[in-house]
Design a protein around this ligand. Structure first.
Ligand code: A2H
Length: 250
């Protein structure tokens, strides 16, 4: 895409259910790549692609990260592993096998959230794990509405109602003209039908992205009342200082 490397914040979403005995008692995280760390107050779930192959590896801090092999390799050149350039793969697992896992994520008001299927995740970008903020991401809101509206879609992936139906977008950011739930406003305005409504979703993202950065004002948290452009880096730093996130480039 652009010329230089892209910086992502990797949000550590702790897996609460047992995944594999090979992890022993080490903490296990789905690591989600985001460009919007300031929106983590509004997380309602995690997205995985059912058909993507993920791996688990141990970091130099004895934590288990789950992400694509491609991103793990990149991480091994960014100081994440004990030996530079080496990833010790503990497990290979499809997204499908991880769907329905209970997770604990930083900053969100929901105590427990779940790993749910999103079919538009790309395996060649970020970690292949995406955290869902349906208040401010049109993609996330469309995918969440697909699951809420279609029982057959939930059943296809063995997603229980309690993993989806109680979770609604949380107002975390005011964007002039788009209100407190920008993604919901645009979904309704553009009459977006599903997560596959590619052109409209691109249009929605273009309409809201820059305005959110320059004119968005936080409604919750330690930076309530501040503009996104003034606090975005501070929230990233605070997440990293608390060991809840790491910075990753590709
Ligand atoms: B963003 P860019 Cl609130 N496949 O995080 C598809 N989408 C992916 C992905 C992948 N492999 N990896 C990351 N993403 C998503 C938050 C967010 C995001 C908000 C609003 C907009 C937004 C919560 N989801 O992104 O191609 C992640 O979703 C708008 C594009 O590198 C990540 O940030 O520009 C963003 O796309 C990275 O996309």
């Amino acid at each position: 895409e652009g010329a230089g490397p892209q910086e992502y914040t990797l949000i550590k979403m702790q897996v609460l259910d047992p995944v594999s005995p090979v992890f022993a008692s080490k903490p296990v995280y789905l690591v989600a790549a985001t460009l919007r760390p300031e929106t983590m107050y509004g997380q309602t779930n995690c997205w995985l692609h059912p058909d993507i192959k993920y791996i688990a590896f141990e970091t130099k801090n004895s934590e288990i990260f789950i992400c694509t092999a491609r991103s793990a390799r990149n991480m091994s050149y960014q100081g994440f592993t004990k030996t530079e350039g080496q990833v010790e793969v503990l497990l290979e697992i499809t997204g499908q096998a991880l769907l329905g896992c209970a997770l604990k994520a930083p900053l969100t008001s929901y105590e427990k959230i779940y790993a749910l299927p999103m079919l538009t995740i790309k395996d060649n970008k970020g970690t292949g794990v995406v955290t869902s903020v349906p208040s401010d991401s049109p993609d996330d809101y469309a995918a969440l509405m697909d699951l809420k509206k279609k029982q057959a879609f939930r059943e296809k992936y063995s997603i229980a109602d309690f993993m989806v139906l109680p979770y609604d977008p949380v107002p975390i950011l005011n964007i002039p003209d788009f209100g407190n739930l920008a993604a919901v406003t645009l979904y309704d305005q553009l009459k977006i039908q599903s997560q596959n409504d590619k052109d409209k979703l691109t249009q929605a993202k273009e309409m809201v992205y820059l305005k959110g950065f320059y004119d968005g004002v936080m409604l919750v948290g330690d930076y309530k009342g501040q503009k996104v452009q003034d606090m975005k880096k501070l929230i990233q730093k605070s997440l990293c200082d608390n060991n809840e996130a790491v910075v990753y480039y590709e």
